[in-house]
Design a protein around this ligand. Structure first.
Ligand code: AMP
Length: 161
């Protein structure tokens, strides 16, 4: 049958798939710092206040890039890309992570995604960006207050690792 069925708008699937594969020694892929992975693995999932409460309450400094009555966005202290912003709901309401989401959280979850787009635009990420929500130990979550990572300013790779 040839590769006719494997073409999407004239681009072969092999081409599309290979564009998502990057060799493991790519210099554009920062390897995850073992300290970050250790922090995530050793973090105990809990509903206790986190460092993000201190940031919300301005008890510790942060580099805020966006704030309104519902959400706060600030630069990550350990950036994994030229632009790396953490976006959080100001009221946790049990949302230690995405896996704790309940129907009542739909509004704030949608608002966070919409705000991620606003922040990405504000940061000049017209060529694209990535949002990440780490959940639980396997997802490398280290802070148990739901947050969206907004990453951009460089070519992202796939798979993310
Ligand atoms: P996660 O590993 O998905 O739970 O993400 C937590 C993120 O919070 C990490 O990327 C940390 O670098 C970041 N982080 C922790 N403490 C601070 C802080 N004081 N200011 C800014 N970012 C922070």
């Amino acid at each position: 049958m040839g590769d006719k069925g494997n073409k999407v708008k004239g681009i072969s699937r092999v081409g599309i798939i290979s564009s998502h594969l990057v060799s493991s020694n790519s210099s554009s892929t920062p390897p995850m710092a073992s300290s970050e992975m250790e922090a995530a693995i050793s973090a105990t999932p809990s509903d206790s206040p986190t460092i993000f409460d201190k940031i919300i309450n301005k008890e510790i400094p942060s580099n805020v890039v966006y704030e309104d009555d519902k959400v706060l966005a600030f630069r990550d202290i350990a950036p994994q890309a030229p632009v790396h912003i953490v976006l959080i709901p100001k009221v946790k309401d049990g949302l230690t992570g995405l896996s704790k989401a309940e129907e009542r959280h739909c509004e704030i979850l949608g608002y966070l995604l919409y705000t991620a787009k606003i922040v990405a635009k504000q940061e000049g990420l017209e060529d694209g960006f990535r949002i990440v929500i780490n959940d639980g130990p396997n997802g490398c979550q280290s802070v148990y207050h739901l947050h969206i990572h907004i990453l951009g300013g460089r070519q992202m790779n796939w798979p993310p690792g």
